[in-house]
Design a protein around this ligand. Sequence first.
Ligand code: SAM
Length: 217
Amino acid sequence: MKDYTISRRRMVEEQVIDRGVTDPRVLDAMLKVPRHKFVEEALAGKSYQDAPLPIGEKQTISQPYMVATMSEALMLDGSETVLEVGTGSGYQAAVLALLADRVFSLERIPSLARRARKVLDSNGFSKVNIRLADGTVGWQDMAPFDGIIVTAGAPKVPQEYLNQLSVGGRLIIPVGDRESQVLMRITRVGETEYKEEKMLGCRFVPLIGNQGWKQEN
Ligand code: SAM
C-alpha cells in the first residue's frame, strides 16, 4: 500500500499554507485525514493535487485549498456542533470531525451517502452523523448549529440556515449562479442580526432542492 504522507505534507505546505491559511488546527486536521481514501482507488494518486476530483453521480470532492479555507472560516475550537450540507465523498466531514465536537452532514444522493458512511467508518470517523435528505432546509432536529458549511453552490441563502444558527454561529456558503459563486461567511451576531462577509470567488456543483436549484435532466 502506497504511503501518501509526503504528498499530504506537500499539499498542506504548497496549496494551503502558502495561500494564507494559518489556523493550526485546520492544518493539523488536513495533515491527518487520508484524502486518497475518499476517492476511487484509480484516482488515489491524484487526490493530493490542487484540484477537485470526480466522485461519481456528476459530483466532486472539493479542492484541498477550498476545504481548508471553508474550515478555517468556521473558526472552530473543538467545542462546536456543526452541520455540513453536501457530504459527497465524506472528506470535508472527516476534517470537521477533527475540528468540532459534533458533526452532522446531509447528502441527497443515496449512493454517495452510503459510500461516505463506509469510508468514514473504516477510517475512524464514525462520529460523523450522515442523513440522506434535501439539505436546503437544514436539520431542524439537531439545531442550533455553531457552524453550517454548505459545499454546493446556492442561488440564495436559504432562510432555514439562518434560523438554525446559534447566536455567534457562522454560516459558510457559496452563493451565485449555477457556474460560479462567491463564498460568503454570515455570522449571527444577535437574535435577529447577521453580519455578511464576501470571501472569494469559487465554482461549486449546484445545491439542488426545495430552497436551491432545480434538478436538470
Ligand atoms: N463536501 C464534499 C466532500 O468533501 O467530498 C464535496 C461536496 S460536492 C462539491 C457537493 C455535494 O452536495 C454533492 O455530493 C451533492 O450531491 C450534494 N448536494 C447538492 N444539493 C444537496 C442538497 N439539497 N442536500 C444535500 N446534499 C446536496
